[in-house]
Design a protein around this ligand. Structure first.
Ligand SMILES: Cc1ncc(COP(=O)(O)O)c(C=O)c1O
Length: 402
């Protein structure tokens, strides 16, 4: 037999997505007929609103079946510019500043290839979305993890940012509201970070994919709006997946300096060409409105947030801060670590997540996957009944611990 041919060395530092691994184990249990409640995935449980689905069907019949410009159709890029200006304090972009990609994940990957060279450092506050450090590594650069604490609301402070900056810093990747913590920065907090960044010269990439999902009257702000003088260094990442329950359509985008858009367009032109034409028309319909179905989903998430946070905090050994946005509870499991499940001691958040899957039949993601050991992420993109049932099961499983 011939020896197997190795895959490229660049893969050796890259981890597979941990969130996908948990979902896979939950699927295996489900396939065995075990009734597992999934709190592990990052997608709304709602269907894409009907007017968006109808617009897509119509688009197919009207010929949206061919290649488009690699960076996306002009009408969609115009709508993205208009929506962005409305949401970000009137700071405007031109359609030439926009590249539409196959989801915001693809947008971020394009940016990693377009902006980072070997030896560059990219600041990533932890807890972080799992793909950020891996994409930086795939581009040959080095992720620099900036630890935040629960006591600081999982937000980077000006001091922690200042301490992490070096002459090699090429970018800061900010996510607000955040996956996995749901934490969001206020306008003042963003202004303080901007003051630190202003003394240096690196990209500020802001992932605002959860920007429309904020609760309890929290005022969502973009660093672009609070620090418009930095606009030549700010790149906005956004998309339709979370706000409009459109994960499967795969549409995301960047808005930033024209030359960065051009670089992303060049990469995309050689990698994938355009995102599916029909999905672009669906995204256009989403941005054009009506907004009532989206507001109904946001309200549902807000109600679920109350149920789950209250329920988790009522369980002895678990505590959870109230997140400002997104649809995740990021709960501390420190009170369960060291406790015994039969002859096993729960030593880490990974053990706790494993225990909750096997004993409570609830799939959650260990915080270690997000650079935050001791926590688990519980997605509340599930119905009120499923959330209540999950809380009951978790509470019963915790009560069994020695
Ligand atoms: C923080 C964050 N950014 C980007 C994405 C990518 O979204 P999509 O590729 O579906 O647009 C996700 C999805 O989970 C996310 O949580």
């Amino acid at each position: 037999m011939t020896e197997s041919i190795p895959v490229a060395r660049r893969l050796s530092a890259v981890k597979p997505s941990a969130t996908v691994a948990v979902a896979q184990r939950a699927r295996e249990l489900k396939a065995q007929g075990i009734d597992v409640l999934s709190f592990s995935v990052g997608e709304p449980d709602f269907d894409t609103p009907a007017h968006i689905r109808d617009a897509a069907k119509q688009a197919i019949d009207q010929g949206a079946t061919r290649y488009t410009a690699a960076r996306g159709i002009l009408e969609l890029r115009q709508a993205i510019c208009q929506t962005s200006a409305k949401r970000r304090g009137g700071i405007s972009h031109d359609p030439t500043d926009v590249v539409v990609s196959i989801g915001a994940k693809h947008t971020l990957f394009n940016l990693a290839l377009a902006l980072y060279d070997e030896g560059d450092e990219v600041l990533i506050p932890a807890p972080y979305w799992v793909s950020y450090p891996e994409q930086v590594r795939l581009a040959g650069a080095a992720p620099v993890i900036v630890q935040t604490t629960e006591a600081e609301g999982f937000r980077m402070t000006p001091d922690t940012l200042r301490a992490a900056i070096t002459s090699r810093t090429k970018a800061l990747l900010l996510c607000s509201p955040s996956n996995p913590t749901g934490a969001a920065y206020s306008g003042e907090q963003l202004r303080e970070l901007a003051d630190v960044a202003a003394r240096h010269n690196f990209w500020i990439i802001v992932d605002e994919i959860y920007g429309q999902l904020v609760y309890g009257g929290f005022e969502q702000k973009s660093i672009l709006e609070v620090a418009p003088e930095l606009r030549d260094r700010i790149i906005i990442v956004d998309g339709v997946s979370k706000t409009f329950a459109m994960t499967g359509w795969r549409i995301g985008w960047m808005l930033g300096p024209e030359y960065v858009a051009k670089a992303c367009d060049k990469i995309q032109g050689q990698a994938t060409t355009n995102p599916a034409a029909v999905a672009q028309y669906a995204a256009l319909a989403a941005l054009e409105g009506p907004w009532a179905p989206m507001e109904a989903m946001r309200k549902a998430f807000e109600e679920r947030r109350s149920i789950i946070i209250e329920g988790l905090n009522a369980i002895d050994g678990i505590s959870c801060r109230l997140p400002e946005g997104a649809f995740y509870a990021f709960a501390s499991m420190e009170g369960l670590i060291g406790r015994r499940a039969g002859d096993q001691t729960l030593e880490t958040d990974i053990d706790v997540a494993g225990y909750l899957l096997e004993e409570a039949r609830c799939a959650v993601v260990p915080g270690t996957a997000f650079g935050a050991p001791g926590f688990v992420r519980i997605s509340y993109a599930a119905s009120n009944d499923v959330i209540r049932e999950g809380l009951k099961r978790i509470s019963e499983a915790v009560a069994k611990l020695g």
